[in-house]
Design a protein around this ligand. Structure first.
Ligand code: DGL
Length: 261
């Protein structure tokens, strides 16, 4: 079984890609909805949550774990791997490397949570993979919460997003990295604002390919999906069709369940 977790709904964008890549695998999705958003919490708090959740997923029988959250990966994937040596763990990090490689203008942007933008891990990622490319890092306060509340097409948001994107586009940014798994669900608003001037980059498909490489026996199952949440499991379930994830809805074999807070 493969365990995939996030603070809330964002990791569902990764879950969908993993489900497409590994149709036989049994999947367990864990949303820490009692503590969402992670993006404005301290690294110490996020680390504590990640370690608790990781132990829980192993106890449930997960043989591969996906940290489907850029914020949690930046704050805690190293501690997580130390806690569970030998367990394959796939983290999700902003697609700086593919964006830098694809940029023609030599300028890219990363949109992420406040915690990710301040992280040493993102700074290292940029240093290692952005080469001579200039990288604008932008904290998008409240965007993950907007997705949690399923306020995706609120007209105010288009205005707010335009304010974030316009200076980047005017500066020649041609690759915009969605550095938070929640932001994948904001594509319908972001894409028309960006038009043909830039490409939105997210790494869900690459993460799914990495899972396929590492999953081993965890790919054998009957294609079941179980949803766990630390608060409001019914919202998690109700979000699937709203987020365009009816394929996951069909795969789910039981009602979303509440687990430890
Ligand atoms: N989905 C998460 C990420 O990829 C976290 C968003 C949040 O909880 O603030 O960063």
């Amino acid at each position: 079984m493969i365990g995939i977790f996030d603070s809330g709904l964002g990791g569902l964008s990764v879950l969908a890609a993993v489900a497409r890549a590994l149709p036989q695998a049994d999947l367990l999705y864990f949303a820490d909805t009692a503590h969402v958003p992670y993006g404005d919490k301290s690294e110490a708090f996020i680390r504590e949550r990640v370690l608790i959740i990781g132990k829980h997923l192993v106890a449930q029988g997960c043989g591969l774990i996906v940290v489907a959250c850029n914020t949690a990966t930046a704050a805690a994937v190293a501690a997580f791997r130390e806690l569970l040596p030998g367990l394959p763990v796939v983290g999700v990090e902003p697609g700086v490397k593919p964006a830098a490689a694809a940029s023609r203008s030599g300028r890219i942007a990363v949109l992420a949570t406040l915690s990710t933008t301040r992280s040493q891990r993102l700074a290292n990622l940029i240093r290692q993979h952005a080469g001579g490319v200039q990288v604008d890092v932008v904290a998008c306060d409240g965007w993950a919460t907007r997705v949690e509340n399923l306020r995706l097409d609120d007209p105010d948001f288009a205005g707010e997003a335009r304010q974030h994107l316009a200076p980047l586009l005017a500066a020649g940014v041609d690759q915009i990295v969605l550095g938070c798994t929640h932001y994948a669900f904001l594509r319908p608003v972001l894409e028309p604002l960006v038009g043909s001037r830039a490409t939105l980059v997210d790494v869900a498909e690459a993460v799914a390919r990495q899972c396929a490489r590492l999953a081993g026996a965890s790919t054998n199952g009957s294609g079941r999906l179980t949803l766990f949440a630390t608060a409001h499991p019914e919202r998690l379930q109700a979000a699937l069709p709203i987020l365009g994830l009816t394929c996951l809805h069909d795969r789910q074999t039981q009602a979303a369940r509440l687990v430890m807070a």
